[in-house]
Ligand binder design. Structure first.
Ligand code: G
Ligand code: G
Ligand code: MN
Ligand code: NA
Length: 254
């Protein structure tokens, strides 16, 4: 297809970029870091959503080089924040289930850390709940290698799948990210409110940090603060930003 043809040349044509959504510490309102999100702007097709091109990249065997590119670009950017005096901001990168299965994410990350000079403790790797559901000891070992480097592991969109609590115990997980579908209903729906409370309690009881995703209003922020949620991201604070605008955001954020 046209899309596949263009995708196979996207790296060499420099068509990928990253945007950065701020992640805020709820306790003191400071910026803790950012989630890096991949963007593809093709000269003929225009902007293509990662939900469309990541699965295609996986099918085409392109997810390894794309993952290498984005991991290095994200680590370099976080190192640049430090060098610009913005502080020790954390950077989160997303990996799809097939990316974890098909590639050696620990080696990709180690090379990016070496090349960028970024401290591994500033890196979070976001996996999905479905990876936890469908995988065995081989995947657990891959994630443990990421953790052994000194990076953290977050479970994205938590609560939307069926990641059973017993599975969580066996996975090297440091952070739970509450799916935005719960946060958006927190103030309208008692079930969603209780689910959020349960996820925060679960995460904390297992020694994890908890992130509220998709926070759009002051009331949703207050709801999470009152329940002891650690971190949040969402349009209430900022949409994903270009590298340049993210730096301005950190400089101007009180
Ligand atoms: O802004 P947003 O459209 O980026 O995100 C759409 C979806 O694409 C999200 O579910 C997000 O997790 C996913 N996504 C964004 N960036 C990446 C990436 O670098 N790698 C993978 N695997 N998925 C990503
Ligand atoms: O699945 P993942 O969380 O990695 O994807 C992030 C996606 O969520 C991006 O497409 C981003 O633009 C979107 N997003 C970030 N904050 C908000 C928000 O407050 N509300 C909504 N509706 N979407 C958001
Ligand atoms: Mn994510
Ligand atoms: Na998410």
């Amino acid at each position: 297809s046209r899309l596949a043809g263009e995708l196979s040349e996207a790296l060499e044509h420099n068509e990928f970029s990253l945007v950065f959504q701020p992640v805020v510490n709820l306790a003191d309102g400071s910026v803790g870091g950012a989630e890096a999100l991949l963007r593809w702007q093709n000269r003929y097709i225009g902007a293509v959503n990662p939900d469309q091109f990541v699965p295609l990249a996986e099918e085409m065997g392109l997810i390894l080089p794309i993952g290498e590119w984005l991991t290095l670009a994200a680590c370099r950017e976080a190192k640049a924040w430090q060098q610009a005096g913005l502080g020790d901001l954390r950077i989160a990168i997303n990996v799809s289930p097939r990316q974890v299965q098909q590639t050696d994410i620990a080696t990709t990350l180690r090379r990016a850390l070496d090349e960028s000079g970024l401290s591994p403790r500033l890196v979070t790797v976001e996996i999905t709940e479905s990876l936890i559901l469908n995988s065995g000891t081989e995947i657990i070992r891959k994630l443990e290698r990421v953790r052994d480097l000194g990076a953290r592991i977050a479970v994205d969109d938590f609560g939307t799948g069926y990641a059973s609590l017993s599975y969580l115990k066996h996975f090297p997980v440091d952070i739970l990210k509450i799916d935005r579908s719960f946060v958006s209903e927190a103030l309208n729906n008692a079930d969603d409110a209780r689910l959020i409370e349960a996820i925060i309690a679960l995460g904390h009881s297992l020694g994890m940090k908890v992130v509220g995703e998709g926070v759009e209003t002051r009331q949703q922020q207050a709801f999470l603060v009152e329940r002891g949620c650690d971190l949040a991201q969402g349009y209430r604070f900022s949409p994903p930003l270009s590298a340049e605008r993210f730096r301005d955001f950190v400089r101007n954020f009180e």
